[in-house]
Write a protein that binds this ligand. Structure first.
Ligand code: GLN
Length: 193
């Protein structure tokens, strides 16, 4: 069985832990490069992407993360986690991993829509997913190797590039485990190869 790491320096990592635990997965909180070494896949939670970037830098995790993800470790970023994975943020400079070829716009849905729910059609899922958005980004530019899996008003909100999965909403805040299950499947497929 794979061990799934949850990036636990900031954000709602406990909720991801609960969902993955409920799916019978073994999870480990990741706060150090040593802990990262021992996992087969990693979730980067929602929170505040500038803080996540600063802490990752301070804890010496930026290069180890780039190396592991670059050599194929599956990673799933939600909301701030998606931002941290991206290669650029419109109109800003912050510590990013640059492992997902997208440019994102932070807090993209504006003040009126700071948080909302939407029944999302997601590629690969038969029924819509009730997605919770909280001060969410959307994807502004998508590189050629990136698949868009879901959109809101034509803006991509879920993307995949090989073993890198990103969602601008919070599947860990609902009871629907289909997206986490999809990520577990990605890890298990990688282990079988
Ligand atoms: N607005 C946050 C950011 O820009 C993301 C919000 C979230 O993760 N729910 O980092």
């Amino acid at each position: 069985m794979p061990t799934i790491g949850i990036f636990a320096l900031q954000g709602d990592f406990r909720e991801h832990n609960k969902v993955l635990g409920g799916l019978g997965m073994e999870t480990v909180d990741v706060r150090t490069p040593g802990q990262l070494d021992g996992v087969d896949g990693l979730v980067i939670p929602g929170g505040e992407s500038t803080t996540i970037g600063k802490l990752a830098d301070r804890f010496g995790l930026v290069e180890p993360l780039r190396e592991r993800i670059g050599s194929g470790m599956p990673v799933f970023g939600t909301c701030a986690g998606l931002i941290f994975l991206s290669s650029g943020v419109t109109g800003g400079e912050q510590q990013l991993l640059g492992v997902l070829d997208v440019v994102v716009q932070r807090n993209a849905f504006g003040r009126q829509n700071e948080s909302f729910e939407a029944a999302l059609d997601i590629e690969g899922l038969d029924e819509p997913f009730d997605a919770v958005f909280i001060r969410a980004p959307w994807v502004e530019k998508v590189g050629s190797g990136v698949d868009v899996l879901a959109t809101v008003d034509d803006h991509p909100v879920m993307v995949r590039q090989g073993s890198v999965l990103g969602a601008s909403f919070h599947p860990e805040l609902t009871d629907d485990t289909r997206i986490h299950q999809k990520f577990v499947d990605m890890i298990e497929e990688g282990l079988e190869e």
